[in-house]
Design a binder for this molecule. Structure first.
Ligand SMILES: Nc1ncnc2c1ncn2[C@@H]1O[C@H](COP(=O)(O)OP(=O)(O)OP(=O)(O)O)[C@@H](O)[C@H]1O
Ligand SMILES: CC(C)(CO)[C@@H](O)C(=O)[O-]
Ligand code: BAL
Length: 282
């Protein structure tokens, strides 16, 4: 497996496999089983003749000034071993200087889907995500890129960017991988104390309770949100809910009545740690 730190080196490698499909998995590193699952899916999508590349880059542009950019875990050696174990062909791990010119002046702005849910709590976050993802697409020139449904809004926004800007990359969404007790895997779970970690299972439990009610005929968004909040209150006294919303799964517009293409998405703080999760109501 190759590890490249510069655009030139990555492109040279990719040029040697001209004509064969490239599938990429963009990440910020600190890899866990959720990421590895995306890589296995990428391996399948690439087929025998294709290649799989993983980008590892903690993108400064998508962090707010009070967020965890400085303390975000960076562990390239352990990440490389994990990538090799699932058959990744190349890692692209550039420095911030390699990615961003000091006098850069162009960014990608998504103007609608990025204003709700996580975008409302993290202003500018999805501008940073869109900008770096478009740059990674331009640098790596993949045929397919795989993203996790855990970051459902991110996936929806990237699909929209690719559609609206005619970016020639197919976007594939992959199911959320969970711990045995239901908590969605995330690099940020390691920040949780033991008590917070056990209470964090309430996100999944609350979403499942709301989904059960929806399946039994309850379509009211407010009622479904209340059911979720009851579970949080009962099972996670250390939590502070950032948001819980019912939306359309594609447009992310709020849904007073949740029909057959719904999404419930949530973000919850435990101390300074912010966890997200969601469930499709389909
Ligand atoms: N549990 C998971 N299941 C499936 N995909 C996941 C999971 N966690 C992350 N991903 C996906 O992996 C890709 C890289 O995500 P990222 O590196 O931010 O990981 P993360 O663990 O979500 O970290 P963070 O704590 O920053 O949210 C994204 O497409 C994301 O949706
Ligand atoms: C897509 C991404 C790698 C862009 O920095 C990041 O937002 C992530 O890890 O989900
Ligand atoms: N997985 C989303 C990256 C972030 O939280 O910045």
């Amino acid at each position: 497996m190759h590890v490249f730190h510069t655009v030139t080196d990555f492109r040279q490698w990719h040029a040697q496999s001209a004509g064969r499909p490239l599938v990429i998995v963009p990440t910020m590193g600190a890899l866990h089983e959720g990421h590895l699952d995306l890589m296995r899916e990428a391996r399948t999508l690439a087929g025998d003749g294709g290649s799989v590349a993983v980008s590892i880059f903690v993108n400064p542009l998508q962090f707010g000034p009070k967020e965890d950019f400085a303390k975000y875990p960076r562990e390239l050696e352990a990440d490389s071993a994990k990538c090799a174990s699932v058959g990744v062909d190349a890692i692209f791990a550039p420095s911030a200087e390699e990615v961003y010119a000091p006098d850069r002046s162009v960014i990608v702005l998504e103007t609608k889907l990025s204003k709700v849910l996580c975008g409302a709590s993290r202003p500018g976050h999805f501008d940073g995500v869109c900008t770096v993802v478009l740059k990674l697409f331009n640098i790596m020139q993949p045929d397919i890129s795989v993203f996790g449904k855990k970051d459902y809004q991110q996936l929806a926004i990237i699909k929209r960017m690719v559609r609206d800007l005619n970016v020639p990359v197919e976007i594939v969404g992959s199911e959320t991988v969970r711990e045995a007790d239901g908590l969605a895997m995330s690099s940020r779970n390691r920040y949780l104390s033991a008590d917070e970690r056990s209470q964090a299972t309430a996100l999944r439990a609350g979403l499942l309770k709301a989904k059960e009610a929806w399946q039994s005929g309850e379509k009211g968004g407010e009622k479904l949100k209340r059911l979720y909040l009851e579970v949080l209150k009962e099972r996670a006294p250390l939590s502070r809910v950032d948001y819980i919303e019912c939306t359309d799964a594609d447009t992310l517009e709020p849904a007073e009545e949740v029909g057959s293409n719904g999404l419930m998405a949530t973000a919850v703080f435990f101390g300074a740690t912010r966890l997200i999760d969601n469930i499709e109501l389909k």
